[in-house]
Design a protein around this ligand. Structure first.
Ligand SMILES: *Cc1c(COP(=O)(O)O)cnc(C)c1O
Length: 491
């Protein structure tokens, strides 16, 4: 097999080739062997690729072309909010005043950065309705964990720490919710959803008691449905002495329309990397600020940003604080992007985000409903779920449909989550797509399911056009090949 630019860069290597030309060094040759301790001596020369500049360029361009991102196509990955993140936010985050500062430099030389963080906190107070914000947590899950430590500190301060050990979590919740509760030292109690896909108030009443520390809720929930009983739910939890946690990872549907505070929540986290414009398909960095109501402010992570007359400082004197949850003050670059996004959108723009996100999801849901089972009929918010049960009966699973979508140039929706829906597809189109894109996606999905009866093999063998074809998932788990062997890799 001949070498291509997407092979390993080592395979392109040819002795003596190089991608640089430097003038001869004017420093006299040093005998490294003589000055380095012998145990640090190499026995064999480093195996570094020797290639030309043009080859380097073609190699990395070839690799980048294998990538899928927002820049390449539609990415309707439910619960991930893969919206388009305006490039101006990237430009602003790269301003040298933001990108060349160090967290340990004297605060009086970092006033602009603190000012940005202060104003971002103020903006997020408005978005959530909460009374104070901490920008420290670096991800949604870390925000959850920090928020639950606040629950714990609150109950302990009231002498109920030892009794209130249980966190209630609906069965439709994102997996991080029960995980964070366990990491924070609580026991998890699952609350069943009702037939409409919402929290069952009866099941909640049954589960709640003097041992309840609180309830974690996503609203709209991961099925894309608004918890219409939220006021009653909040009353039940508060009357039982518990607190309410709002998982605001995907806040696209409520921006400028409603706030967790109005709904009765005590602690909330937002995912700045999802709702507020940081590219996150590659896994990070992120930011998961938390907001709290007034009676929980003292427990927020320390240090906190304070404004004193015209200057900004970090205050460390918070005796009841749960302490620091992240090195320095959080992921600053993500904060800058979020602030740039919020300021450039303005309050009208953010309201438009939620209107368009909800409109797009309902449009796609209406177009696709005849071709799938739709477990929940009511209007959705920013996302919706379909079920592929009828296709599974004919031998084509949701996984196959998702793989086939890749051949049409789309990223697949989230599949098999939430766990309560059989053969689930969870679709979040976001507000930034055009009607043409939504239609092209719907047309592709409809064409695929129309092939289920006649050409099932075509779907179960997909994808055909990607760098990596259909994998044997059992073998991948049981007999993983983790060592590169030339010629065995998918091209
Ligand atoms: C993404 C997400 C999380 C977790 O956020 P991370 O930043 O990945 O830790 C939590 N809850 C919901 C509903 C989410 O969609």
């Amino acid at each position: 097999m001949h070498t291509t630019y997407s092979d390993l860069v080592f395979e392109l290597s040819k002795k003596g080739r190089k991608a640089y030309s430097l003038p001869e060094s004017s420093i006299p040759n040093v005998d490294l062997e003589a000055i380095l301790p012998t145990h640090l001596h190499r026995e064999t020369p480093a195996d570094l690729p020797e290639i030309s500049e043009l080859q380097v360029m073609r190699h990395y361009t070839a690799l980048s072309n294998k990538n899928f991102g927002l820049e390449t196509g539609f990415y309707p990955l439910g619960s991930c909010t893969m919206k388009y993140n305006p490039k101006v936010n990237e430009d602003i985050a790269r301003y040298s005043g933001f990108s060349n500062i160090h967290p340990l430099q004297p605060l009086k030389t970092a006033q602009g950065a603190l000012e940005v963080m202060y104003h971002l906190e103020e903006s997020l107070k408005e978005v959530t309705g909460m009374d104070a914000i901490s920008l420290q947590p670096a991800a949604g899950a870390q925000g959850e964990w920090a928020g639950l430590l606040i629950f714990k500190a609150y109950h302990e301060a009231r002498g109920e720490g030892a009794i209130r050990r249980k966190i209630l979590v609906p069965d439709s919740a994102h997996g991080t919710n029960p995980a964070s509760a366990v990491v924070a030292g609580f026991d998890v109690v699952e609350i069943k959803s009702n037939a409409e896909g919402r929290v069952s108030v009866d099941a909640l009443k049954e589960a709640i008691g003097p041992d309840t520390a609180g309830l974690m809720l996503t609203n709209p929930n991961t099925l894309g449905l608004f918890e219409v009983d939220i006021v009653e739910i909040a009353n039940i939890v508060h009357e039982a002495g518990g607190l309410l946690y709002y998982d605001g990872a995907n806040a696209n549907a409520i921006l400028g329309k409603s706030t967790p505070k109005e709904m009765g929540f005590d602690v909330v986290h937002l995912n700045l990397h999802k709702t507020f414009s940081t590219p996150h398909g590659g896994g990070g960095p992120g930011s998961g600020p938390i907001g709290v109501v007034d009676y929980l402010i003292d427990y927020l992570p320390s240090p906190r940003i304070k404004k004193e007359k015209q200057s900004y400082t970090l205050s460390h004197k918070h005796e009841k604080s749960i302490g620091r949850v992240k090195g320095y003050y959080g992921n600053f670059g993500v904060n800058v992007r979020a602030y740039a996004y919020i300021r450039s959108m303005g309050s009208k723009g953010l309201q438009q985000v939620s209107e368009d996100a909800v409109l797009h999801a309902n449009y796609l849901k209406a177009r696709l409903s005849p071709y799938f089972d739709t477990p929940f009929k009511s209007l959705c918010k920013h996302e919706f779920v379909l079920s592929g049960t009828r296709h599974k009966k004919l031998g084509v699973r949701t996984l196959d449909i998702a793989k086939r979508l890749l051949d049409y140039g789309f990223y697949a929706p989230t599949v098999y989550f939430p766990l309560i829906v059989d053969e689930c597809l969870m679709i979040e189109p976001t507000e930034t797509e055009s009607k043409e894109t939504l239609d092209a996606f719907a047309d592709a999905l409809i064409e695929i399911v129309n092939d289920v009866k006649e050409k099932p093999d075509q779907i179960t063998g997909a994808p055909y056009t990607k760098a990596v074809k259909r994998l044997d998932e059992v073998a991948a788990a049981r007999k993983p090949v983790v060592r590169y062997q030339k010629g065995t890799q998918a091209k």
